[in-house]
Design a protein around this ligand. Structure first.
Ligand SMILES: Cc1ncc(COP(=O)(O)O)c(C=O)c1O
Length: 387
């Protein structure tokens, strides 16, 4: 028998780990909810706080930092800053797109996947009042068969909303195939990539998506309060969002209350004063991941997920994933009796997990070791009474 080599990431894992203090005494497995604080994130937040304390006010430097964060997100998804809007949350980015569309015509239907995070689905539902009709694409167990999209999309479809990865179980949708189905009927595709960005190389321009939204506190190693929206080049001028603000104007500093003009490109979807502290921290996380290399992160987190699935299955835990395996983020879900009690019990053992509905999610990331995964699974099996 050929012995199986113990895999290692292509980057220096010990150096990465030294930059995340929490790893000294805990095993964070909650990157699908909030990733741990890195020294880089801390330094970035301090840079803003120091600037505020010493300068009192430095709008030029602060807005430059927002632009740097916009540019970092653009690079992360293979786009350019002109096609990226800065938002405060994915909910708000979705609302900017939603209120920019016209539902008054024959093309008024929004096809929404069952894999959407509730907030995205709720924003689409709120457009009912403006003439939109939401059609839901139901899941079959832990995934959504492509033919369900094919059945749901037709000439009345204005937009399809399909998350890149399902927050519940990490299952990844084939956005390219969904885009083909949408575009065949001239419908747009909105992709919430929040649960996937930071774990894979994702190229927005070739993904087929017309819109890609994400916040930063999950696998992007950031904090709440900031999100980004990529808009396919040429599409932004067609949107006239009812959710807008002075930073969406050609020149915010013209201070003209009488004029509603629109900034070029995706900037027309910017709103009010941007999230400044959040931009500092968001850039630190996104730059770090890009320096390490998203394809190497993807390869390593793929190993971690395999180990989680194997380890869980060996211990009799029930893994919530599509039959036969499929493309997934590192987020791995296990069916448990009382997910919140399990989350608490794991915390007392130093494992930080994330409960969602009937499942506990273990989400390792680029900083995790195989040993972390083994210990987390061991603790889960013990807590769930299968140890
Ligand atoms: C896939 C996904 N989209 C959106 C959200 C929430 O977005 P926001 O709170 O930024 O509106 C989450 C989780 O918080 C999520 O997992």
């Amino acid at each position: 028998m050929v012995p199986r080599m113990t895999p290692n990431p292509a980057y220096d894992l010990s150096s990465v780990r030294r930059q995340i203090p929490q790893l000294a005494n805990q095993i964070p497995m909650n990157a699908c909810s909030q990733s741990p604080q890195s020294d880089r994130a801390r330094r970035a937040a301090d840079a803003y706080l120091d600037s505020w304390r010493t300068e009192g006010m430095d709008w030029e430097a602060w807005l430059t930092e927002v632009e740097a964060a916009r540019a970092s997100f653009a690079r992360l998804i293979g786009g350019v800053p002109e096609d990226v809007a800065v938002a405060g949350s994915v909910s708000q980015a979705t609302a900017s797109v939603a209120t920019g569309l016209d539902f008054s015509g024959r093309r008024h239907r929004i096809v929404v996947s069952a894999a959407e995070f509730p907030t995205v689905s709720q924003v689409w539902l709120a457009q009912n009042r403006l003439g939109a009709e939401v059609r839901r694409v139901e899941a079959d167990g832990e995934s959504i068969p492509l033919d369900r999209y094919a059945e749901a999309i037709d000439q009345s479809t204005l937009l399809v909303s399909a998350a890149r990865a399902w927050f519940r179980n990490g299952w990844k949708q084939d956005t390219q195939a969904i885009a083909q189905l949408a575009h065949r009927h001239d419908a747009l595709l909105f992709v919430d990539a929040y649960q996937a960005l930071g774990t894979e190389s994702f190229d927005a321009p070739s993904s087929g998506a017309d819109f890609v939204a994400s916040g930063n506190l999950k696998f992007l190693m950031g904090i709440p309060g900031i999100a980004f929206l990529w808009v396919r080049p040429g599409l932004a001028p067609l949107l006239h969002p009812a959710v807008t603000g002075w930073f969406g104007r050609k020149d915010p500093f013209a201070f003209d209350p009488e004029r509603l003009d629109w900034a070029d490109g995706a900037r027309r979807l910017d709103l009010g004063t941007p999230p400044i502290l959040e931009a500092y921290v968001a850039r630190a996380g996104m730059d770090w991941l890009q320096e390490i290399g998203l394809s190497d992160v993807q390869a390593w987190t793929g190993e971690l997920r395999r180990r989680l699935v194997e380890g869980g299955t060996e211990r009799g835990l029930s893994v919530l994933a599509p039959e036969g395996g499929s493309d997934a983020t590192p987020t791995t879900a296990f069916a448990v009796q009382d997910a919140h009690a399990v989350e608490q019990a794991l915390r007392t053992r130093g494992v930080i997990a994330s409960a969602r509905g009937p499942a506990i999610r273990l989400a390792p990331h680029f900083y995790s070791t195989l040993d972390d995964v083994d210990q987390a699974i061991e603790a889960l099996a013990e807590v769930a009474g299968r140890g």
